[in-house]
Design a protein around this ligand. Structure first.
Ligand code: ADP
Ligand code: ASP
Ligand code: MG
Length: 439
């Protein structure tokens, strides 16, 4: 079994949907096709949910109508027969009537997730109808019947494996399954999701659950690039990455993969291949357990970081201080990314500010606390780079003139992370690319 995940741009228009259908129909391996919502849809749904949360049903209705118009056009362009135009139109009407129903009543926080789920439910229904219209045998598997997260918001891998198996076993002769990325149920059976960009994660969780041979992530670029193409002009695709390299890059902000995508694939030993739907012949990137050569492979950046420094004379020659500091973050379920320490102070970074006031309030019992917002972690990734001579020296030379707030070196063999004010991000990414990859 092979997993093929198509992102928002890859199914972003009737024309794109047709070429994805042609691509999957032309392959003869059994397959689970995981689809995102059509591009722009989840953003529109986030805005609709925002208007509803702000008690502005009129504004929400306007946005719902606008999005519905877009889908009416998609239906009329995608289908050829009146039978499927009618089926498509009715399906769209039902989803939008459902969205409309939220404008009539009080809107609860849980219902946000129901609104966000509509994008993937619609894209997969359109795709399935399109395959049926073209007489391509396939089965639509509802992700809400097998994809599930537990109380800690972590995927319930046992449940997923059992249930997807049960669902696919109902169709022993079928070779092409279609399902939704991103959406799932939570521990209470409610509709939930795997966070923005989560369809990649769905693909790797499904891959691991069905013991897939490969997980192919089809997107709008020809593979993992050596820097973020949204900020750097000259970037190049990387042919091979190790699981560890790709995991660090995804975690530290490379938007091309959801941060959690790699782990299930790595544990199950399933290669992840990134391909371009707009240029299927391009090599793309293969991510596997094969060592992928020396040197820095790529740079990634993660925004929205806050640095917290705790300074205390009591830390000098004392033991147990760090434990107390970390317990506070644990108490408020706030993950820490980077850490640096000196004899009398410790700095950490976080990106979840939900409990910032409580965290800093408690930290004040142990010393003076300083908080710096709007920071960016820039990280260089490559297997073993922290034990190669001259790599760090080169990075710092490239960053000349850029204020550095923290450095993390040696924590991972594969990663050198530097915290800088976000205002310097673009300059830093470009300087690193010209230093590392221009020849
Ligand atoms: P999809 O909708 O297919 O999931 P995404 O927009 O989530 O696509 O991810 C692809 C985009 O990620 C690219 O178009 C590119 O702008 C951005 N990106 C950021 N960093 C990288 C990188 N290192 N390599 C390739 N693309 C990157
Ligand atoms: N549609 C979802 C999003 O836009 C999930 C995804 O595209 O991966 O975040
Ligand atoms: Mg994505």
């Amino acid at each position: 079994m092979k997993i093929m995940k198509f992102g928002g741009t890859s199914v972003g228009s009737p024309e794109r949907i047709r070429s994805v259908a042609a691509l999957v129909a032309g392959l003869d391996e059994p397959m689970v096709v995981v689809l995102s919502a059509m591009s722009g849809t989840t953003n529109s749904l986030v805005e609709i949910a925002g208007s509803l949360r702000n008690n502005n049903p009129d504004e929400a209705r306007e946005k719902i109508n606008l999005l519905e118009k877009r889908y009416e056009q998609v239906v009329s362009d995608l289908f050829e027969t009146s039978e499927y135009m009618d089926k498509g139109a009715e399906m769209i009407r039902n989803h939008f009537r459902y969205l409309d129903s939220f404008t009539q009543d009080l809107f609860t926080a849980n219902e946000v997730k129901c609104v966000l789920a509509q994008g993937e439910l619609i894209s997969t229904a359109l795709f399935q109808f399109h395959l049926e219209e073209r007489n391509i045998p396939s089965v639509l598997l509802p992700a809400l019947n097998f994809m599930r997260i537990d109380r800690e918001q972590e995927p319930d891998q046992y449940y997923i494996r059992e249930n997807i198996q049960r669902e696919t076993d109902k169709y022993p002769d079928n070779r092409l399954f279609i399902t939704q990325g991103f959406i799932c149920r939570n521990a209470y059976g409610e509709i939930d999701n795997l966070r923005r960009g989560g369809s990649d994660y769905s693909a790797s969780l499904i891959g691991s659950a069905v013991d897939a041979s490969t997980i192919v992530i089809w997107t709008d670029i020809d593979g993992f690039h050596d820097n973020d193409p949204r900020f750097v002009e000259q970037t190049h695709p990387i042919a091979e990455l190790s699981f560890d390299e790709a995991a660090e890059l995804a975690y530290f902000g490379a938007k091309i993969l959801h941060p959690s995508t790699i782990l299930p694939a790595k544990v199950a030993g399933i290669p992840v291949i990134i391909k371009n739907t707009l240029d299927p012949g391009a090599t793309g990137t293969t991510i596997s357990d094969k060592p992928a050569g020396k040197g820095v492979k790529a740079i990634a950046a993660k925004d929205g970081i806050t640095a917290i420094r705790v300074k205390s004379g009591r830390m000098l020659l004392a033991y147990g201080f760090m434990r107390k500091v970390f317990e506070i973050f644990e108490l408020y379920k706030t993950p820490i990314d980077m850490i640096t320490t000196s004899e009398i102070s410790v700095s950490v970074t976080i990106d979840d500010l939900t409990h910032l006031t409580q965290v800093t309030g408690d930290l004040q019992h142990y010393g003076t606390v300083e908080v710096d917002h709007d920071q960016t972690i820039v990280c260089a990734v490559g297997e073993g780079i922290s034990s190669e001579t001259n790599i760090a020296a080169g990075l710092f030379k490239a960053l000349e003139g850029i204020p550095i707030r923290m450095i993390s070196y040696g924590g991972s063999q594969n990663n050198i992370s530097i915290l800088i004010p976000s205002a310097f991000k673009k300059q830093a990414l470009n300087a690193l690319s010209s230093h590392l990859f221009s020849h």
